[in-house]
Ligand binder design. Sequence first.
Ligand code: B1M
Length: 214
Amino acid sequence: MILEEISMLLQKGKAKEVKILVQNALDQGFEAKSILNEGLISGMLVIGQKFRNNEVFVPEVLVAARAMNFGLEILRPALVLQGNKSKGKALICTVQGDLHDIGKNLVKMMIEGKGIEVIDLGVDASPETVEEAIIEHKPDILCLSALLTTTMMNQKVIIKHLENKGLRNDVKIMVGGAPLTEKFAKEIGADAYAPDAATASDIALKLIEGKLYV
Ligand code: B1M
């Protein structure tokens, strides 16, 4: 079926074909969430497994990631509610040393879907970049993503940096990413942790509305 086909094409890095099939699936009435989970994410999970087993290498992963991003762009309007008055402002980035942005992009989309404006600092964001953006944009929440065990500690570095600059209490901080746990989030002084993009968007809204007490 079409979702399996999307998953297979993503694994082969066929970005243009993924884009077309994602659009076809939407036209056929498949829900955006199913296309995301059973098509795109399921294909990426296979690639991740093969990468771990040395069956595929960085170039294959890169083309698969590109195909994933092509598919996500088509899904964006369906995942994001449009025309909502902004309920607040979030700043998002992947932390310094880390170039993984697919999960961060998904979290961004889902948070936008809650009617929250999102400023995206991209990947490899230094504490200084985050500090400057907080001063410039005055966000309600800061969302930090990390995918590597070697970069997850850079979330703590950012939090410490904001403490030193007297900015820590100006924003609520949510952290996430595959190697993280709730326990780790508490240890580094974050206000919240989310295991996936949907939960992240729920928590973002609660943090903004002051309904999540930490
Ligand atoms: Co990388 N990589 N990678 N990689 N890569 C992983 C993460 C790895 C687990 C693969 C493996 O070994 N099995 C491994 C990390 C091991 C570890 O640290 N323990 C790894 C490695 C080692 C590396 C390199 C070091 C490889 C090398 O060069 N030798 C290198 C590092 C580069 C760097 O960052 N400095 C590297 C490079 C790359 C590519 C560039 C090739 C590519 C990234 C392309 C891109 O992002 N544009 C890549 C990819 C694609 C992966 C895998 C295969 C897939 C990641 C992904 O996009 N998943 C990954 C293996 C895997 O995870 N299975 C792997 C799909 C995405 C939807 O999930 O990002 O987890 P995820 O996001 C989820 C949740 O985590 C959560 O919500 C998202 C959606 O539900 N979430 C948040 C994420 N951020 C959040 C923030 C929140 C809340 C929730 O609040 C703020």
